[in-house]
Write a protein that binds this ligand. Structure first.
Ligand SMILES: [Zn+2]
Length: 329
């Protein structure tokens, strides 16, 4: 039997289990000994994550990540393929073959999705000391007919990865339950200005004048509800033109003490939090230029971070399970 190794085993395995899945693929699980986990050096950034339908994940630092295009295409193809077996005669060989094809396609999509979740969760855990996501049960309630079990399954796999990787590498992971929809609260000043229809992707806070991106605003609010020290500037598409005190402009929010990181308590902090760090006086042209430069600069940063990521190693698991593909017979 041909064996395709995805990586070398760290030690001689004590047991080997061979599994055949519904797609007819064989897997070998090895139980191996590994040394102590390599630690990660502490870092400063803390981040909130908003999981959505438009983008897969939006971070409170302003980064938006979609599922890779090939994965979205494969998911679409799979949906079509799933109808094929029912068109074949019951009990026929063709029906069996069609069913196996669907199972194979399923397995491929699931593998690609898991790989994508691994890469993104590893990157987030490496780059941030603390990560907050909202409880998906809460999210589920908020969604109506847009709800899709595929997304739910993907989200819980992804947040589970964040959670175990955080534990393994000494990062903080917080799951928050919310009482207010994040789109109703300005992440810059805490003003609550009511629900907005889904097509509203951007709005200007009536209170402080910050121009807010719906998804990033939500991610910042998730982070704040978890008591993380995040700056609200990420949520702002451009600084609000507001009558700020001259000496206020350019101040930065004080980071929260990291001990107060409990969901619930932190809700009280929304509202007493941040002066919009980049709010400027009207007619301040220099700030206008800065804002105009900010957006392309962020895009370049994101692009270079993504390409640099390809060089990062994936974390090793203690038990290398279902990792080594043995190939189809
Ligand atoms: Zn505001």
């Amino acid at each position: 039997m041909a064996v395709k190794w995805s990586r070398a085993l760290p030690s001689v395995p004590s047991t080997v289990t061979v599994i055949k899945d519904s797609a007819g693929r064989y897997f070998a699980s090895f139980v191996v000994e590994t040394g102590p986990e390599e630690g990660l050096a502490p870092v400063t950034p803390e981040v909130g994550v908003d999981l959505g339908l438009g983008h897969f994940a939006v971070l409170s630092d302003g980064r938006k990540t979609d599922s890779p295009r090939f994965l979205r295409r494969a998911e679409k193809r799979l949906k079509k393929a799933q109808r094929a077996p029912s068109r074949k005669e019951k009990g026929s060989r063709n029906r069996d073959k069609a069913r196996l094809r669907v199972a194979r396609a399923h397995a491929r999509v699931a593998d690609a999705r898991r790989e994508f979740h691994h890469q993104l969760s590893t990157r987030i855990i490496r780059e941030n000391q603390a990560v907050a996501v909202e409880d998906l049960a809460v999210k589920g309630l908020a969604r109506t007919r847009l709800a899709k079990s595929v997304h739910d399954a993907g989200w819980s796999q992804f947040t589970a990865m964040l959670e175990y990787k955080a534990r393994r590498y000494g990062r903080t992971f917080v799951r928050i339950g919310r009482f207010e929809p994040t789109s109703q609260v300005c992440s810059a000043c805490g003003a609550k200005d009511g629900p907005k229809p889904l097509h509203v992707r951007q709005w200007t806070c009536a209170e402080c004048g910050a121009v807010l991106d719906r998804d990033i605003n939500a991610a910042v609010n998730v982070a704040k509800a978890a008591g993380l020290a995040v700056s609200a500037c990420g949520a702002q598409v451009r600084p609000g033109f507001v009558l700020a005190q001259r000496d206020e402009a350019g101040t930065h929010p004080k980071p929260h003490p990291t001990t107060a990181r409990q969901a619930g308590i932190a809700l009280l902090q929304v509202g007493e939090e941040v002066k919009p760090a980049s709010s400027s006086a009207p007619g301040d042209l220099l700030d206008g230029y800065r804002a105009a430069l900010f957006v392309p600069f962020t895009a370049v940063l994101l692009a270079s971070a993504l390409s640099a990521y390809g060089l990062l190693r994936r974390p090793r698991s203690r038990v290398v399970a279902r990792e080594s593909r043995v190939g189809t017979p």
